[in-house]
Design a binder for this molecule. Sequence first.
Ligand SMILES: Nc1ncnc2c1ncn2[C@@H]1O[C@H](COP(=O)(O)OP(=O)(O)OP(=O)(O)O)[C@@H](O)[C@H]1O
Ligand SMILES: [Mg+2]
Length: 249
Amino acid sequence: MTRLRVCEATKRYGDTAETINVFTGLNLSVDADEFVTLMGPSGCGKTTILNIISGLTPLTEGTVEFDDKPVAAGEFSFGYVFQEPRLLDWRTVGKNIEFVLRSADINASEYDSRIDSVLRRVGLDDERDSYPQRLSGGQRQRVNLARALAIEPELLLMDEPFSSLDEVTARHARQDLLDVWYNTQKAVLFVTHDMSEAVALSDRILFINKDGNLFDEVTIDHERPRDFDDPALRETEAQLTHRFFESLQ
Ligand SMILES: Nc1ncnc2c1ncn2[C@@H]1O[C@H](COP(=O)(O)OP(=O)(O)OP(=O)(O)O)[C@@H](O)[C@H]1O
Ligand SMILES: [Mg+2]
């Protein structure tokens, strides 16, 4: 069943004198329980697509629908893990999460239990009263993820969430994400530059070129749960890298 549907989406920035066409007539969809990844070179419009779906940025033309209902610009929807963790340094981890619950109109009586349960899920139950500045980069990213999960979103948008982490921390973070996703089975739209990450996580990978055209898609049908060291995953990664290398530069 299709949950997210982006139809004939066109995004332009600027006025007629200086126009940037980010993409034209883009179509994509994400099914219930599906983990879909967008891959494409820097500047091809990946963050713009997530901003549009979340309602942060208006579309120039086209529609975004979730469960067949239009998603309106200006109404921030879904869980969104931003490319840069935008944590409020002057609030504790718990208060950072509470801030998002408050904005999402969650009943105040649920704050405590939601904060506790989401921090347990990302392995940060001891850090509820810590300030973000004393956390490591990996821990900050997990707070970022916890914040997006706390509102129990029907769709999780993730913009290169692990690209600033060292490889060991990123591996743990990917495993945490897969565990959370496996247990909640929400639709995910994920952005990465990293083919091995895309293959390890996704059900489907959408490839976008530098002109913002979605030019191909590949279904990754390796069984789950997946072992990141499985040679079969490496083989798929090598084939896709070979096939798409030119287009992803
Ligand atoms: N607010 C804005 N005003 C004008 N142009 C913008 C704005 N935001 C993004 N752009 C332009 O739109 C294009 C797409 O940017 P976007 O950030 O979506 O790319 P991206 O694929 O996420 O890149 P990266 O992989 O580097 O994060 C770029 O050419 C960028 O300069
Ligand atoms: Mg981006």
